[in-house]
Design a protein around this ligand. Sequence first.
Ligand code: KIV
Ligand code: NA
Length: 266
Amino acid sequence: RKPVTVPGLRAMKARGERITALTCYDASMAAQLEAAGIDIALVGDSLGMVVQGHASTLSVTLDQMIYHTAASARGVRATLLIADMPFMSYRDPATALASAGRLMAEGGAAMVKLEGAGWACEVIAALAAHDVPVCAHLGLTPQSVHKLGGYRLQGKQQDAAEKLVADAHAVAAAGAELLVLEYVPAPLAARITRELAIPTIGIGAGPDCDGQVLVTYDLLGLTPGRRPRFSKDFLAGRDSIQAALAAFAEDVRAGRFPGPEHSYQS
Ligand code: KIV
Ligand code: NA
């Protein structure tokens, strides 16, 4: 398998090949994603919730992200490694350059991900100017949970939907190379995916994004308590982690996941 690259992701979009992405927090899981041929391993700050047991991602530190990114980097070869920038680690361009520099140099990330548009566009532009590949993240942005008032579907009202479309264009114009869309109606994610040249990766954003990402602990049925409706336990009825990861990859590439039961129409 040829290594997945940032320009390669755009080429996949152009060819209509769906991109597979999963979260990853350590070397063993990274090796599993690598073996299953998953395109992207995302060291998500969701680790604050699923690994550390917190109620939000806000307490995750840059040092913790570097620790988990470096561990994950030892397990991948062809799979592209993306690291989340934690809360407040990209609050201004100078802080963002320092944080991204550490995630890449010490952590081994090939790309960094950050949440938001507006003020964040200046940060994206600064990173892009220094050849740091950036993945933007819009829709439900978990670092804004207190402002949003909970983990809810975003972009439901007409004005919120139009704002999301404008934000998507803005982050792309600022230099983002990839866009995660989380927990938004499927038709809205489909429209953004059509309008942007850069690939979109959906989670709870319907089947028409250029790729799909899930929290791997949800996919393996490891997450205690209630799982979001948009995720799916791919280990249920299968006998190995490799089989579950392969089923996810196959279903995404064939356009079978997410189905209507994992998506929102409005
Ligand atoms: O932290 C994370 O796992 C994420 C994905 C859900 C996109 O940001
Ligand atoms: Na995240």
